[in-house]
Design a protein around this ligand. Structure first.
Ligand SMILES: [Zn+2]
Length: 255
């Protein structure tokens, strides 16, 4: 299991481990980052407000707690996500919810300018997205798994994948899952992150998206996913990811 592999590596190789307040270890890989312990730039690209939070909110909180910089890049502002509300009004409400969620996770929100329910994947969209993502100079990028029932999720995944290819596979690429079984399909994690200590902030960040009624719509399922992925890797609560292996690895936070 990857978790053990990385822990073994921690013992053997050039990884710095220090202690932060609250007992969380500070772990930064140095072997693939030029031999220095440096701050990582992490970008989590999701289609809608609440996707990055539900797919990897616990992991985002771990990265930011450990001093890494996290940007949540929303492809749309959830324009179609509030029934009976104009697209403009919904975008304004949901942008405010994004800001609240990002504050909880100590991440910076950014927006890629597409429209919920009407995302496009074509040459100019690829170019535009590549520029937006490239401007962040990410070391690690998380995005939707490409086999997902929601068109916008698939669009986000393809846009990130193309930007990754065009960059020369420059950053570590991980896929996250949302609404396992209902949205994300045939997803089998290669990596797990123990979010037992940060699940409460993941939950709060998801609940910041109050217009989506997370308590009845998506969080109960994510609670089960957190437990299920935790069982798979032998911890209380976890998030699972698939890493594209054609790049050098920039690790996910260790417990
Ligand atoms: Zn979504």
């Amino acid at each position: 299991m990857e978790k053990m592999t990385r822990r073994d590596m921690l013992g053997r190789s050039s990884l710095l481990v220090a202690s932060l307040g609250g007992g969380l270890p500070l772990v930064s890989t140095i072997d693939e980052l030029g031999g220095t312990n440096r701050k990582l730039k992490v970008v989590v690209a999701g289609a809608h407000p609440d996707d990055p939070e539900s797919g990897c909110g616990g992991t985002i909180a771990l990265y930011s707690d450990r001093g890494h910089e996290v940007v949540i890049l929303y492809l749309t502002r959830g324009e179609a996500g509030i029934q009976g509300t104009s697209t403009q009004e919904a975008a304004a409400i949901r942008t405010a919810e994004c800001q609240k969620a990002c504050a909880i996770l100590k991440a910076r929100p950014a927006y890629a300018g597409q429209i919920d329910g009407n995302t496009e994947v074509n040459r100019s969209r690829y170019d535009n997205f590549r520029k937006i993502l490239g401007a962040e100079h990410p070391d690690v990028v998380f995005t939707h798994w490409p086999i997902d029932t929601h068109r916008d999720h698939r669009a986000a995944s393809l846009l990130v994948y193309d930007a990754w290819l065009e960059s020369g596979r420059k950053f570590a690429l991980y896929y996250f899952e949302v609404d396992q079984g209902e949205q994300t399909q045939v997803f089998h994690p290669t990596h797990y992150v123990n979010i037992s200590l940060t699940e409460s902030r993941k939950r709060a960040a998801c609940f910041a998206h109050a217009s989506q009624q997370p308590e009845t719509t998506f969080y109960p399922l994510h609670e089960m996913m957190n437990r299920f992925r935790g069982m798979e890797c032998g911890v209380g609560l976890a998030e699972g990811f698939v890493r594209h292996y054609q790049n050098h690895e920039t690790g996910v936070p260790e417990p």
